[in-house]
Design a protein around this ligand. Structure first.
Ligand code: GBH
Length: 506
């Protein structure tokens, strides 16, 4: 190996065995190696937990709830791991008091949950379901009793089957249906809900649901159909924002956001050219898949589709009214980022961003799609706040592990603790560098129904035994409790390794 190649490799942390990611480790944690910034979290930082209706509630056809596309999809042979369904899930519909008590014990300041659209509007529009509304009203009262601040996701994927039959997001009226639903929530709950997210991860319910067919309703539309659905969902978002501004009880204290499945990049080193490469890559739309940020963020935040994406789709771009784009851009109070991982980029030999592959055997979550890349919690918030200039909330972040009850009767999840420590330390570094982050919602309070993966993947701070619905707080529950109680100060304990170094090599 030539000498300068050797020193270049040393700088990148590339060992004979491949990229050790130690270079990334250094880049991503420079100035804070082994130590997270103490006291960086603002006094009113919202330490939270998150769930979503279909994943925890169960009671799929109880008390007048209408079917959602997930109820139908789960019955399709082969759609879900082991034929699991959300029919019972965590039975949260009946056990919400116990679950809110757990949040109270944890010391959670905030709870992000979602409302099941067909539970409150069995046909998606028209007559509402008083029993469904009453459930959420009781949840909100219980949260209020314990001083836990609700963050309501209006739509987290359980789309009313009745509206799907009318064309779903392909139907131009779908934006108005979503606005009608949001009006109902504003009228009934805005006295108690001050923070809202309109849509959760449009990339997933549009991309996985209507393009790949791996999520409900399981369609594989062509490019024009997929883009039309995405367009209408974003129109729906904008109408919902307007509805909340107009109808919320106390409009001034109401905060409205939008939550993306943040596809994060991080630079391979802290050299400016690599940071530049990661910054360019994070907002690029280079192919027709749904896994990008700009297609789903630029229209609602900047009022236009990204040009590189428009070129990629060419003549398959759907036709729409020119005024749509103006309407789609409604001022938001914050942007929600669901962050799980990053891809690593450097400046390639041709000057363009080039992805640096992970070395073989690189540490991963129980879910194969998630490598452990703490740097995503620094670079993600930083790049997003630079481009969109909004306060941010980390509306989801978490790790699936293969948890079990140990012989001592407890659930030990050291991987989750190590993961949260590293990711939160990187978040604190972003905050220290001036990135405005108002809260962090761990995914998830409970193990729950992980969509096409069924109950295989456990993301909770609390273990759920689905046979008897017994909840067992894991070690990470106690660990997070201390983080919350200290407002993040416990994260600054010294560590042997730099925060982002998850492989033993140097
Ligand atoms: C979130 O989405 C959901 O909001 C939540 O309901 C879910 O339970 C939680 O995360 C945990 O999965 O990344 O290219 O390999 C998950 C985001 C994005 C994760 C797509 C799986 C697979 C494709 N998902 N990803 S890729």
């Amino acid at each position: 190996m030539a000498k300068d190649e050797l020193s270049r490799r040393a700088m990148l942390g590339i060992s004979a065995g491949g990229v050790a990611l130690a270079g990334m480790a250094r880049a991503a944690s420079r100035g804070s190696a082994g130590k997270a910034g103490a006291g960086t979290f603002p006094k009113d930082f919202v330490w939270g937990v998150a769930t979503a209706s279909y994943q925890v509630e169960g009671a799929a056809s109880e008390d007048g709830k209408g079917p959602s596309v997930w109820d139908v999809f789960c019955k399709k042979k082969g759609a879900i791991f082991d034929g699991n369904t959300g029919d019972v899930a965590c039975d949260h519909y009946h056990r919400y008091k116990e679950d809110i008590a757990l949040m109270k014990t944890l010391g959670a300041k905030g709870y992000r949950f979602s409302i099941s659209w067909p539970r409150v509007l069995p046909n998606g529009i028209g007559a509402s379901n008083p029993k469904g509304l009453d459930f959420y009203s009781r949840v909100l009262d219980e949260l209020g009793k314990h001083g836990i601040e609700p963050l309501c996701t209006v739509f987290h994927w359980d789309y009313p089957q009745a509206l799907y039959k009318k064309g779903g997001w392909l139907n131009r009226d779908s934006a108005d249906w979503f606005a009608e639903y949001t009006s109902l929530l504003a009228d009934k709950f805005s006295d108690r809900i001050k923070s809202w997210v309109t849509l959760n991860e449009p990339q997933c319910f549009i991309g996985q649901g209507l393009l790949d067919g791996t999520h409900a309703p399981g369609d594989k539309l062509n490019a024009t159909g997929y883009l039309t659905a995405a367009h209408n969902a974003m129109r729906g978002h904008a109408k919902a924002v307007q509805v909340l501004r107009a109808r919320a009880k106390d409009a001034k204290s109401t905060k409205v956001g939008y939550a993306l499945s943040a596809q994060v990049t991080q630079p391979a080193t802290d050299r400016p050219e690599d940071v530049e490469a990661a910054r360019a890559a994070i907002f690029a739309v280079g192919n027709r898949s749904e896994w990008n940020n700009a297609w789903f963020a630029d229209p609602v935040l900047l009022g236009k589709y990204p040009e590189d994406g428009v070129a990629v789709f060419g003549k398959d771009m759907p036709k729409f009214k020119p005024t749509d784009l103006d309407e789609m851009k409604q001022p938001l109070d914050y942007l929600g980022l669901n962050i799980y991982k990053a891809e690593t980029y450097k400046r390639g030999a041709d000057g363009k961003p080039e992805q640096v592959p992970l070395p073989p055997g690189y540490p991963r979550a129980g879910s194969d799609w998630q490598p452990i890349t703490p740097g995503c919690m620094y670079w993600g918030p930083r790049f997003f706040s630079e481009r969109y200039k909004l306060p941010l909330a980390i509306t989801e972040n978490g790790l699936a592990t293969r948890d079990q009850v140990f012989l001592d009767g407890k659930v030990h999840d050291p991987q989750r603790i190590d993961f949260m420590h590293r990711y939160l330390a990187e978040l604190s570094r972003a905050i220290k560098d001036g990135v405005p982050v108002t809260g962090y919602y761990t995914w998830s309070l409970l193990d729950n129904f992980e969509w096409a993966d069924g109950y295989k993947q456990r993301f909770g701070l609390v273990y759920v035994d689905y046979e008897n619905q017994k909840r067992v707080p894991k070690d990470s529950f106690d660990w997070y409790k201390k983080v919350i109680a200290s407002n993040g100060r416990t994260l600054s304990e010294r560590s042997a390794l730099p925060i982002t170094q998850v492989t033993p090599s140097t």
